[in-house]
Design a protein around this ligand. Structure first.
Ligand code: OOG
Ligand code: MG
Length: 260
């Protein structure tokens, strides 16, 4: 067996994604994969996608709510990259034949009107850079079997990023009391979870500030026009063929995705 290198981490994760197969945690075989190296792998994986023609369109946060942290057994938030290939337009079914074991989670989504770069960004400052707030969902699709991973594993795996979609309503930050914005998750007509956006770090703007500061430490900034997924508000639900997940937000409308 060849030795583990950063490039091999990227090769194996990309192969799992394109061949639609899950695998054991890389840290089981490569304990030297620490958080720093994992972020370098995440950046290298992004670069491969950009080289293949995808466009960088934003960032996502992971594990920003207690519900997500408890489910995954990791209590530290992380950041990852969004490309245009991940965006699922409204009404387009989720392509289950391209995914491994997709799960859907509700998210507050920001679109930035100006650049935002740490360090020292507060939630209030972060919110000034937000042009529009949407209710959305993310389809996570870990490349690891049973979504079992350590923090470096999930960082290298671009935080399980799969697809995402945004709802029909865009509001300016001042037109919304974001922490009390409620969401209700429904699977085929059955309500399976409810929460308010305060579940995300007390306020999703805290998650945006966290991303700006964490990315700055690695030399990156967020750009005007970028989309930011602030992290799952509730636990994620599996998306099965023919099944529909709807997320109803109190002011941000309803967003729906069906597994095809
Ligand atoms: C890790 C990705 C988490 C979120 O919103 O918390 C994430 C996972 O749960 O597989 O996207
Ligand atoms: Mg998410």
């Amino acid at each position: 067996m060849s030795t583990w290198t950063l490039e091999r981490v990227v090769d194996e994760l990309l192969a799992a994604e394109t061949e639609r197969r899950d695998r054991g945690p890389i840290t089981d075989e490569f304990p030297g994969l620490d958080i720093d190296l994992a972020y370098r792998a995440q950046d290298a994986l992004l670069q491969r996608k950009l080289d293949a023609g995808e466009r960088l369109i934003g960032v996502k946060l992971g594990l920003t709510s207690r519900a997500k942290q408890q489910r995954m057994g990791i209590d530290a938030p992380l950041t990852a990259w969004l490309t245009d290939a991940m965006a699922l337009p409204a009404g387009v079914p989720a392509p289950l034949d391209e995914l491994i074991h997709p799960r859907v989670e509700p998210e507050i989504v920001f679109v930035l009107g100006e650049d935002l770069k740490g360090p020292g960004i507060t939630a209030a400052r972060a919110m000034q850079s937000v042009e529009a707030v949407y209710g959305g969902y993310e389809i996570i699709d870990s490349r690891y079997t049973d979504f079992r991973f350590t923090l470096p594993d999930v960082i290298a795996d671009n935080a399980s990023a799969g697809r995402y979609g945004v709802g029909p309503v865009a509001l300016a930050p001042r037109d919304l009391d974001l922490p009390v914005e409620a969401c209700l998750v429904e699977v085929d007509g059955e309500i399976v979870d409810t929460a308010t956006a305060a579940a995300v770090q007390g306020h999703p703007a805290e998650a945006l500030a966290l991303a700006a500061n964490a990315l700055a430490a690695r030399g990156h900034g967020l750009k005007a026009g970028w989309t930011v997924l602030t992290g799952g508000i509730t636990d994620a639900v599996f998306l099965h063929p023919g099944s529909t997940v709807s997320v109803h937000f109190s002011h941000l409308g309803t967003v729906t995705v069906t597994g095809a």
